[in-house]
Design a protein around this ligand. Structure first.
Ligand SMILES: NC(=O)c1ccc[n+]([C@@H]2O[C@H](COP(=O)([O-])OP(=O)(O)OC[C@H]3O[C@@H](n4cnc5c(N)ncnc54)[C@H](O)[C@@H]3O)[C@@H](O)[C@H]2O)c1
Length: 458
């Protein structure tokens, strides 16, 4: 009886506070400098205007405060499709750069660019982000930001030398449910956090292979004969065995656990299954005599990584892109008081949920703890990709460029989240041995305070 009364009380308290009272409005440096900002227009350039780059361009075109001054891509088709978008929006044509892979360096000499959105193949991210920072401009770099450990250090060093910020454009950090969970974690509703599960569980076979003309799920080509990501991404599955795409899962979890801001990743272990899915797909699509049926794909079908954090939490990340399966990032947040799971969207909070040992739907918590960003901008975000999160991530980058303030997801996040890829490769190569995760903040994690999701703008 006593338990029931307590449960009812806590449940009613948990479900009656408004989200506005949950999130105090923190008057940020960003807000203050926005007030001072003389020129409200942000001048953006884009390096890489393939599938992802064009979706960022489209988002930018919805905003009156953005001018697209230059674009750079060696693909004439990509440039032409981007210019069509810009023309349709009634905007001035940007200057195009496309003369080879290094044309971005010429573009970066322009003095009418404040920020640069980089959406190129992974191996180009760091050279482009470093050159952008060296040119004194804000860099917004797609995921994953880096491929090697050295590249993660290069990114951090470039920022520390130039003072030009670099934001990893991790859109999943803005997913509505993971932001509501972040809100609940910060209110202590899960108790002390102990564990998270996440991953990139996405059947990419139809992206890794195509017929060289479109991403319509037809064909077994990749590399020189592949279109869009099949042109470059698939080669990583040939050459590497590790978690090749950790940041969609890890970004939100890093915010839940205050990584780089009071906590940090210390070490990891990784294990990979055998590699079967990509070979089978090539044979199914192209027959056993297709030349790609001879390719030896190094990437295991499912790669499992376990990260240990300084404050004692564990994070399991799954990379699962080679098998038939419905999409799921497989989030799970767990603490001493309860647990939320993305799959089936269920929650259980001890003393709050109506029945012990029983799940309840997350929907009413989602509504109650909806993040103020979503409350304010849900309608505007409606037309943006990936359920609206693409709107928020680009907005955060633009607001940070506009207000000349640090982005909410910074170069240290970019460095350590992305470094999980090479470190997982190292662990697998050593028979799943533990591998140290460097402290890219060089000790600043001990005093840095959380900023993500705590300001009006970001
Ligand atoms: N956050 C997300 O949800 C999300 C979704 C899709 C892709 N991405 C990321 O976006 C990036 C791009 O992916 P995509 O799907 O657009 O691939 P894509 O192959 O469709 O486009 C890449 C573009 O980069 C161009 N490019 C290649 N080398 C270049 C160079 N040296 N200079 C300028 N341009 C160059 C290519 O010509 C192409 O147009 C990748 O990092 C990918 O992981 C993120």
């Amino acid at each position: 009886m006593q338990t029931t009364t307590r449960r009812q009380f806590i449940r009613s308290a948990a479900l009656t506070g408004t989200a506005a009272s949950v999130f105090p409005t923190i008057l940020t440096e960003a807000n203050q400098s926005l007030a001072k900002s003389a020129d409200p227009k942000v001048r953006l350039a884009f390096i890489g205007v393939g599938a992802r780059g064009r979706s960022h361009v489209q988002q930018a075109l919805y905003r009156d405060d953005v001018e697209i001054t230059a674009i750079c891509d060696p693909s004439a088709e990509a440039v032409s499709r981007t210019n069509t978008l810009i023309e349709k929006a009634g905007r001035k044509a940007p200057v195009s750069y496309g003369n080879g892979d290094e044309a971005f360096r010429e573009m970066l000499k322009r003095d009418d660019i404040d920020g640069v959105v980089i959406a190129t193949p992974w191996e180009w991210h760091v050279p482009m982000a470093v050159a952008t920072m060296q040119a004194g401009k804000y860099a917004g770099v797609e995921v994953s930001a880096t491929v090697t450990l050295k590249e993660s250090w290069d990114l951090v060093d470039a920022f520390e030398k130039t003072g030009s910020p670099c934001m990893i454009l991790e859109n999943v950090c803005y997913r509505r449910d993971v932001l509501a969970v972040l809100n609940m974690i910060r209110k202590g509703m899960f108790g002390e956090m102990t564990y998270a599960h996440c991953g990139y569980q996405h059947d990419l076979r139809g992206i890794k292979f195509n017929d060289g003309k479109s991403i319509a799920g037809v064909g077994a080509e990749f590399g020189a004969k592949g279109y869009s990501e099949a042109h470059w991404r698939t080669q990583h599955s040939v050459d590497r065995n590790g978690d090749l795409y950790p940041t969609h899962g890890l970004g939100p979890v890093a915010h839940w656990f205050d990584i780089n801001r009071g906590n940090r990743f210390t070490h990891l272990t990784s294990t990979a299954t055998k590699s079967r899915g990509l070979h089978k797909y090539v044979v199914d699509k192209g027959g056993p005599n297709h030349p790609n049926a001879q390719v030896n794909f190094k990437l295991g079908d499912v790669v499992t990584t376990v990260i240990q954090c300084a404050n004692g939490e564990n994070i399991v990340i799954i990379h699962d892109t080679n098998s038939p399966r419905p999409y799921s990032l497989g989030f799970r947040a767990q603490g001493t008081n309860g647990i939320w799971m993305d799959d089936n969207d269920m929650i259980y909070l001890e003393g709050v949920s109506p029945s012990p040992h029983s799940w309840e739907p997350f929907a009413q918590y989602q509504e109650r703890y909806d993040h103020p960003l979503w409350q304010r901008h849900a309608q505007t975000a409606e037309n943006a990709g990936h359920g609206g999160i693409d709107f928020f991530v680009l907005r955060a980058f633009i607001e940070s460029v506009k207000t000349k303030t640090p982005p909410p997801i910074d170069v240290y996040d970019a460095a350590v989240w992305s470094a999980i890829s090479p470190l997982s490769e190292e662990s697998i190569a050593k028979g799943s041995k533990p591998v140290e995760i460097p402290d890219f903040t060089r000790g600043k994690w001990k005093t840095n305070k959380p900023i993500f999701g705590l300001t009006d703008n970001f």
